[in-house]
Ligand binder design. Structure first.
Ligand code: ATP
Length: 300
């Protein structure tokens, strides 16, 4: 009888692997428009994360040969640091995230994680140690528990609940009539943008990566939800290295360091206070945003 079941086990495993691959692809699309094949060098070792640091070293990159997007970009993110990347639309913020995930390789220069050049280690090992909370998370038509558990194959119920607590969505789930068994997605309960992002945070917590990349939602969340999510992210970021691609300045004020990108160049770097005192591009963006917020109509 066990002989009979083995192929089924295998099928189950293949199915789960393919399914996991599909959602990875889907999440990837939030970061990448056209994924380009990069390959592992033969016999490449897995990345061993000794220190969760990130370093861009004179990185040049363009999607097309005649249009350079990142122009000799250099910066470091130290272990445990919370760094935000800001800059005008099209400056290259998401491109940095795509390169860090090695969806593309730089034209020249190097990207190092834990001191290792990304082109010298396997992509799988790299991606398993960097968690992404994308702008728009993909949910399966399955239970909310399953959707969190997807963060790590074989997670136990108590681990799933701990991740949900960490992402501040446990109370919400426990109030649902079917709790963690509640079906979500197309045919089930529709989750709001904020709730979906919390599921993504819970998934990432379960995966427990030493480096987390937050791609902040551009517009989906109202101010209060955004503040609550930011609070959750701050708690999650404790003891981890985090890189936040920020589309609104209100969310970066307490980052350890803010990198200001303009047309693919790092033009300023410092804390919120330092950058305001510097009276450069960041200060200008901050004033403009404050003026825009003041002019916004009051919610009715
Ligand atoms: P935003 O704040 O608007 O999201 P961003 O700073 O994240 O902007 P990127 O998405 O990194 O900007 O894009 C930088 C530039 O690269 C843009 O000019 C964009 O048109 C270009 N670009 C992005 N993806 C591709 C692609 N797949 N192929 C060609 N060009 C691309």
């Amino acid at each position: 009888l066990t002989q009979l079941f083995r192929p089924l086990d295998l099928l189950g495993m293949v199915y789960r692997t393919v399914r996991q691959g599909l959602i990875d692809m889907a999440e990837m699309f939030a970061l990448v428009d056209t994924p380009v094949e990069v390959s592992d060098p033969p016999g490449a070792p897995a990345l061993i994360m000794r220190q969760p640091t990130v370093r861009f070293d004179n990185v040049r990159f363009g999607y097309e040969p005649d249009r350079e997007i990142l122009k000799s970009l250099s910066f470091r993110v130290e272990a445990g640091e919370r760094v935000a990347i800001v800059g005008p639309s099209g400056a290259g913020k998401s491109t940095i995230a795509r390169l860090l995930f090695r969806f593309y390789d730089p034209t020249s220069g190097r990207i190092l994680v834990s001191g290792k050049d990304l082109t010298s280690v396997t992509q799988e090992s790299l991606r398993s140690q960097i968690g992404v909370v994308p702008q728009d998370s993909v949910l399966f038509n399955d239970t909310i528990g399953y959707n969190i558990a997807y963060g790590r194959e074989g997670a136990t119920r108590s681990e799933i609940e701990a991740a949900a607590r960490g992402a501040a969505i446990a109370d919400f789930i426990e109030r649902l009539p079917d709790g963690y068994e509640t079906e979500v997605g197309e045919r089930g309960l529709k989750l709001s943008g904020g709730e979906k992002q919390r599921v993504a945070i819970a998934r990432t917590l379960l995966k427990n990566p030493p480096i987390i990349l937050f791609d902040e939602a551009t517009s989906a969340l109202d101010t209060r939800t955004e503040q609550e999510i930011m609070q959750t992210i701050r708690a999650v970021a404790r003891d981890r290295t985090t890189l936040t691609i920020a589309h609104r300045l209100s969310t970066v004020v307490d980052a350890d360091r803010i990198l200001v990108l303009d047309e693919g160049r790092l033009v300023e770097s410092g804390s919120h206070g330092e950058l305001l005192a510097h009276a450069g591009l960041y200060a200008e963006m901050w004033q403009r945003q404050a003026a825009d917020t003041a002019n916004e109509p009051e919610p009715v």
